[in-house]
Write a protein that binds this ligand. Structure first.
Ligand SMILES: [Cu+2]
Length: 122
C-alpha cells in the first residue's frame, strides 16, 4: 500500500475530512445570536456590542406590551413610524449588517427611559 493510498482511504481519509471541516468552522461560526430581555420596563442588557452579521433577539418578559423603534432609519429595522409591537411573551429578531451605534427605545415607555443601544463592529 502506498502512502497516498493510506492517506485517502479509511482512517486517513476520515482525518483529512475532519481537518477540512475544522478549518471551515471559523467561517461558519462567524455570526452569533444575542438575547435582550424586556423586563421591568427595561432592556437587559441595555448595551450590546456585536459584529456585523450577528442577530439580536428581543424577548418581552413583561406582563405588558412594548414597542421597539430604532433612531436610525437607514438601519432597515423598525422605526418610530413603523415600530415593532410586542405582545406579552413575544420575540423579535433582527440581523445587523451595518457597522454603527444604533440607539433604540420603547416608544410606549419613553417617559420611563426604556432604551438601549446596539454597537456593531466589523
Ligand atoms: Cu415598553
Amino acid at each position: 500500500m502506498s502512502i497516498l493510498n493510506s492517506a485517502v482511504s479509511g482512517r486517513g481519509f476520515n482525518t483529512l475530512v475532519f481537518c477540512l471541516y475544522m478549518l471551515s468552522i471559523p467561517v461558519n461560526a462567524s455570526s452569533a445570536e444575542y438575547k435582550v430581555s424586556m423586563q421591568g420596563w427595561e432592556f437587559d442588557p441595555a448595551s450590546l456590542m456585536i459584529k456585523t452579521g450577528d442577530t439580536v433577539i428581543w424577548i418581552n418578559n413583561d406582563d405588558t406590551r412594548h414597542k421597539l423603534s430604532f433612531e436610525d432609519s437607514s438601519l432597515g429595522g423598525p422605526t418610530r413610524e413603523n415600530a415593532h409591537k410586542f405582545n406579552i411573551g413575544e420575540n423579535f429578531s433582527f440581523r445587523f449588517t451595518k457597522v454603527g451605534e444604533f440607539k433604540y427605545t420603547c416608544i410606549t415607555h419613553e417617559g420611563q427611559d426604556m432604551s438601549g443601544i446596539v454597537i456593531v463592529k466589523d
